[in-house]
Design a protein around this ligand. Structure first.
Ligand SMILES: [Mg+2]
Length: 221
């Protein structure tokens, strides 16, 4: 696998997404596309297919907004205990290969390491209960603190109010191309994508962004 050369000397802050970037997106896809439809179907006494259709209609309407990522919104809208349902399949929550080694590598270089996620506080708490990763971050920021989702206009400007950083001396890694595009528009200088966010799904076309296949690619320079 080719090394990805990073200008570490000129990077102060490393912003890292959580789901699909540090953690396997398989859990989230499995939860929303298989487990939720099953439980929703049971609750409403309909087929799993009907449940899938109903849920995808509800999600499409608000995709990419903060509500879409908000557990409180879904618990209210679906009248179901989503956290409890997530615990049922939590054995699928997994840290991606070489992530801990990469986080140690960043620590060794004295970089400021910031988790920057759209996930809701309750989801973060749940994931940290199954994935031992929390202590690797200098700051944990969710879009729900910022007030906008990462793919929304104005997100990075709003982020400036809660995190002191230089956009030309920041590296940001995310698996969502809309999110990377918003960061690029704002002017974050170093951007990387993820080649295969979900270990059970095919690899992804990351368009103009350099895809990380394995974190060891970043640790050679
Ligand atoms: Mg992600």
């Amino acid at each position: 696998m080719n090394a990805i050369l990073i200008d570490w000397q000129n990077i102060e802050t490393v912003f890292l997404d959580m789901d699909g970037t540090l953690l396997d997106l398989h859990f989230d896809n499995h939860f929303w596309l298989e487990h939720m439809p099953k439980r929703y179907a049971e609750k409403h006494n309909i087929s799993v297919e009907q449940a899938s259709n109903a849920l995808s209609q509800k999600t499409k309407a608000i995709e990419g907004s903060l509500d879409w990522y908000c557990l409180d919104y879904w618990e209210k809208s679906l009248n179901m205990n989503i956290v409890e349902l997530k615990h049922e399949v939590a054995d699928r929550i997994a840290i991606r290969a070489n992530v801990i080694e990469f986080l140690d590598y960043l620590r060794g270089m004295n970089k400021r390491v910031v988790l920057l996620t759209n996930a809701h506080h309750k989801t973060i708490k749940l994931k940290f209960g199954y994935a031992d990763i929390e202590h690797h971050f200098d700051h944990i920021i969710t879009a729900h603190d910022v007030g906008l989702a990462k793919e929304q206009n104005g997100f990075w400007q709003a982020l400036e109010k809660i995190e002191d950083f230089s956009k030309t001396q920041s590296l940001f890694i995310d698996d969502n191309l809309d999110v990377l595009n918003a960061a690029n528009d704002y002017g974050v200088k170093h951007l990387l994508a993820i080649h295969q966010p979900d270990s059970q799904q095919p690899t992804k076309d990351t368009q103009g962004y350099i895809p990380i296949e394995c974190y060891t690619q970043l640790m050679s320079s």
